[in-house]
Design a protein. Structure first.
Lengths: 341, 313
């Protein structure tokens, strides 16, 4: 059993808004092991980005964080802002979504990398610029482009600059939020390979946040599936892809081009007033009556698998009057096998 | 960069050409025969028709209008703005003699406004909705609403008449600067502070600020290295335009404080119906304004790389 570099325990992230309290993340338990790449997948608006930012406490002042986020033994939520700064960039790197918005338009790319060395390592200007140049070369950009400004780079190049920034100090953990969004297929793969390659080489860990199941399938060790602010299924990548146990994961897999391109029906739920019972039940084709009443916990492990579904096998064991669930579970299984997943 | 400056320069020349046209035609839109107007300004009442006729010929006013315009522009190109109708002094020499007083007041006012507005605007943005923010914004609302001439009179009443700290009018020592510069500077500061606050708030909400924080930078570095460089762009535009406006002479304030600048010269010429002086002043003010906006454009390019580089280089 390898040690975990990051473990999130019972995390709840909520925002007070004029429309009520939005609970973007609820009862999140998540563990990232040393050297592991964990994928976090789910629809837009399900709370993936919030979770990524919550780890580094980058959410706005309105956000309320409860629970624990432990990085190598330190609970980040108990640190002062000043102590937290030592973790940001140095121990945990993050690549936020949308590089064209994340790079300061009036500062050169090289300077935005160099300032990390100057600030964290106290390097002089020359030395920091040299290191920044090396970092650019590492991500496949000629160091001479360090004095160029963000608008002079293409989308893929900007993403490479983001990689250089995220990994500049060789952090133990990299949080990469949608690193391939908006890129064409070839560039997407190049960037993903670049990031995963560098992370593996450094023996670092990564939380890869994406809505792209294929990407998560090819580059991660384990996958956590998020729905409406909750983790609904987590397990080894191969197992999740070949044998999804949560209906939502199954529906997501079905929406892939190679698997029928069937959209997940219905709209993602509101996080202000999430559905009663299981949050997925209004859109779930296997729902039974109990699903609208009972809110399932994350059940397991079955091997390394946890599932938040009343119909999962663990759930079945817990529920004694299981007949209706059994039937539905059987139907669910049949469908999975029928689809050849 | 040079291409950009050349482009802006070309634009400025077009604007200035337009201004010469307007300044020239203004003479013709003024009621009455230009020759009569000139004669009236120069010799006073009781003119015979033959006197006016001689003057018309002497001044070239009998030629067709477009020829007159071309001749006038020809003079302008040789920096000859003509002579005052009243004093027969050279117009340009007269204006240039008044320029230092106006320029010094403009710089002093701008300094005063920055000294007040930048700290107030930045602190307000950083402590958004705090008591400090509300206080600053209330004061600046008052500042925006108070007309210059009234503020000037209030300052004269308080500092000159009641406290006897500063002279109420005149030009010369540093003390003379205080009241007019405060009058102009504070009203300018009111707008600048609001603009700084709004602009900084917008920038602080940008994703690259979060990204800078994500690199572990402290708030001080983020504010001074990342935020202000972006946030001050609109402030610089505004201040630059105001500076151009101040260089043209703050007409009311210069009059209140008897400041021997271009604004006062303009007002005096209007009262004296000294048309060539008015024309010269208007032209000079317009050119100064265009040049200061050119300077702002160049400064903008220095600060913002997106403007500095053309798309294709």
């Amino acid at each position: 059993m390898s040690y975990s570099i990051l473990s999130i325990e019972d995390l709840k992230v909520s925002f007070k808004t004029s429309k009520g309290t939005v609970t973007a993340n609820e009862s999140i338990y998540l563990e990232i092991k040393e050297g592991e790449i964990l994928g976090l997948i789910g629809e837009t608006g399900c709370g993936k980005t919030t979770l990524g930012k919550a780890i580094l406490r980058l959410l706005s002042g309105k956000a309320k964080l409860e629970g624990k986020i432990v990085y190598r033994g330190t609970d980040l939520l108990t640190l002062t802002e000043k102590e937290m700064r030592l973790f940001r960039g140095k121990k945990i790197g993050i690549m936020l979504q949308n590089p064209s918005a994340c790079l300061n338009p009036v500062l050169s790319a090289g300077r935005q990398i160099a300032e990390i060395y100057r600030y964290h390592e106290g390097m002089g200007k020359k030395e920091a610029e040299k290191k920044a140049g090396e970092m650019l070369e590492l991500v496949g950009i000629s160091s001479s482009r360090g004095c160029d400004y963000p608008h002079q780079f293409s989308g893929g190049m900007m993403q490479r600059v983001m990689v250089a920034i995220g990994l500049a100090l060789r952090p133990g953990l990299l949080v990469a939020d949608e690193p391939t969004k908006g890129l064409d297929q070839d560039t997407k793969l190049q960037i993903a390979e670049l990031i995963a390659g560098l992370v593996r080489k450094e023996n670092a860990s990564m939380l890869l946040i994406t809505h792209d199941l294929e990407l998560a399938g090819s580059f991660t060790d384990r996958i956590a599936v998020m729905y409406a602010g909750e983790i609904v299924e987590i397990g080894k990548t191969a197992e999740i892809i070949s044998n999804p146990k949560h209906p939502y994961t199954l529906d997501l897999l079905h929406s892939l081009p190679g698997k029928g391109l069937r959209m997940v029906s219905g709209q993602p739920p509101s996080l202000v007033s999430p559905p009663s019972g299981c949050r997925y039940h209004p859109r779930c084709s296997f729902r039974v009556e109990a699903c609208s009443v009972a809110h399932p916990g994350l059940m397991g492990p079955e091997g390394e698998r946890f599932t938040r579904c009343l119909l999962s096998e663990k759930g079945r064991k817990k529920e004694t009057a299981a007949q209706p669930f059994l039937t539905a579970q059987a139907a669910f299984r049949c469908r999975c096998e029928g689809e050849g997943i | 960069m040079w291409k950009y400056i050349a482009k802006r320069l070309a634009m400025v020349s077009i604007v200035i050409a337009g201004v010469t046209f307007i300044a020239f035609s203004a003479m013709y839109f003024a009621p009455g025969d230009p020759a009569e107007v000139i004669a009236l300004a120069r010799y006073g009442e009781d003119l015979s028709a033959s006197q006016i006729g001689t003057l018309r010929e002497a001044e070239g006013l009998d030629a067709p209008v477009h020829i007159q315009y071309l001749i006038w522009v020809g003079h302008l190109l040789r920096l000859d703005l003509g002579k005052s109708l009243v004093t027969s002094e050279d117009v340009l020499a007269e204006i240039l003699q008044k320029l230092p007083a106006t320029a010094k007041l403009a710089i002093a006012s701008l300094l005063v406004s920055f000294l007040i507005a930048l700290p107030a605007g930045i602190l307000s943005a950083l402590r958004k909705n705090s008591l400090l923010d509300r206080g600053c914004m209330f004061v600046s609302l008052v500042g925006v609403s108070i007309p210059n001439f009234w503020l000037g009179l209030l300052l004269i009443w308080l500092f000159a008449l009641t406290l006897h700290m500063f002279p109420s009018f005149g030009y010369g020592s540093l003390k003379h600067f205080v009241l007019p510069a405060l009058t102009l500077g504070t009203s300018l500061a009111a707008v600048t502070a609001r603009l700084t606050r709004a602009s900084l708030l917008e920038v602080l909400g940008q994703e690259y600020i979060v990204a800078a924080r994500a690199r572990g930078l402290d708030e001080h570095t983020i504010l001074f290295r990342h935020a202000l460089k972006n946030a001050l762009l609109p402030v610089i535009t505004f201040a630059g335009m105001q500076f151009g406006y101040l260089l043209g002479g703050a007409v009311i304030v210069e009059t209140i404080f008897s400041w021997p600048g271009i604004g006062k010269l303009l007002v005096d010429s209007i009262f004296a119906r000294d048309f060539s002086m008015i024309q010269g002043c208007v032209l000079f003010i317009a050119v100064l304004f265009s040049l200061s906006s050119l300077a702002v454009d160049i400064l903008y390019a220095v600060l913002d790389p997106r403007i500095r580089y053309d798309r294709h280089d």
